[in-house]
Write a protein that binds this ligand. Structure first.
Ligand SMILES: Cc1cc2nc3c(=O)[nH]c(=O)nc-3n(C[C@H](O)[C@H](O)[C@H](O)COP(=O)(O)O)c2cc1C
Length: 195
């Protein structure tokens, strides 16, 4: 007898929340997929920074010069995908992204929580820019005007979940369920679907 849909849904959000508490947690590294500008879906690994269970919002940090920032500015529709090999559960979340720009209150607040080694990842050239050759990889300072702190390139992505597709592989009995949320993040519908 499978557990109840409400338990499944609550456990999914607990697991997402737990992911923000340690590096080795399942769902710590999620895949964020957006609509690319060249008719290709674009997917990339991204660290889950915080979870607001009430509003069903996930927080991610990124460089505002990256292609994903531009893509999400044009179209905030996005999908977040995660898999736990501990529980064999896939979480596929559909939602819309709001961007908090450098200098905004939310970006400032998040920036103030970052350790210096994380801040340093926002210095240097724009993500995706070509580097001259392999030998230059370890010596890229001076190639681009470097913001000493990286703060002017730091942005926050708030992903508001509209639907959760839950799927668990079991030898005899694969299970899949779908949940949707209203604008406030309240559970609106739930049900089993064919895996
Ligand atoms: C383990 C891992 C964690 C990552 N975490 C982040 C992250 O939190 N934010 C981010 O912008 N990029 C992160 N990246 C880099 C992205 O996957 C991606 O390569 C980069 O952001 C450029 O993406 P874009 O060209 O789609 O904008 C991470 C990469 C790896 C391998």
């Amino acid at each position: 007898m499978p557990e109840s849909l409400t338990t499944i849904e609550e456990d999914a959000w607990s697991a997402l929340h737990d992911a923000t508490t340690g590096r080795d947690r399942p769902y710590r590294y999620l895949t964020l997929a957006s609509l690319g500008r060249c008719d290709f879906p674009e997917a990339r690994t991204i660290v889950l920074r915080s979870v607001d269970r009430t509003t069903r919002t996930l927080e991610f940090h990124t460089d505002t010069r990256s292609p994903k920032w531009l893509e999400l500015q044009q179209n905030g529709n996005a999908t977040v995908l995660g898999y736990s090999d501990q529980t064999r559960v896939q979480l596929r979340l559909r939602g819309s992204v709001r961007l908090a720009f450098p200098g905004s209150e939310q970006a400032e607040r998040a920036w103030n929580t970052l350790p210096s080694h994380t801040r340093a990842t926002y210095t240097g050239g724009p993500p995706g820019d070509a580097l001259p050759d392999e030998t230059a990889v370890s010596d890229t300072e001076g190639l681009h005007p470097v913001d000493a702190s990286g703060k002017t390139s730091f942005g926050v992505l708030f992903f508001k979940t509209l639907a959760l597709d839950w799927c668990r592989l079991e030898r005899q009995n694969n299970l899949r369920a779908k949940f949707s949320y209203d604008d406030e993040g309240k559970l609106e519908s739930l049900g089993w679907i064919a895996p």
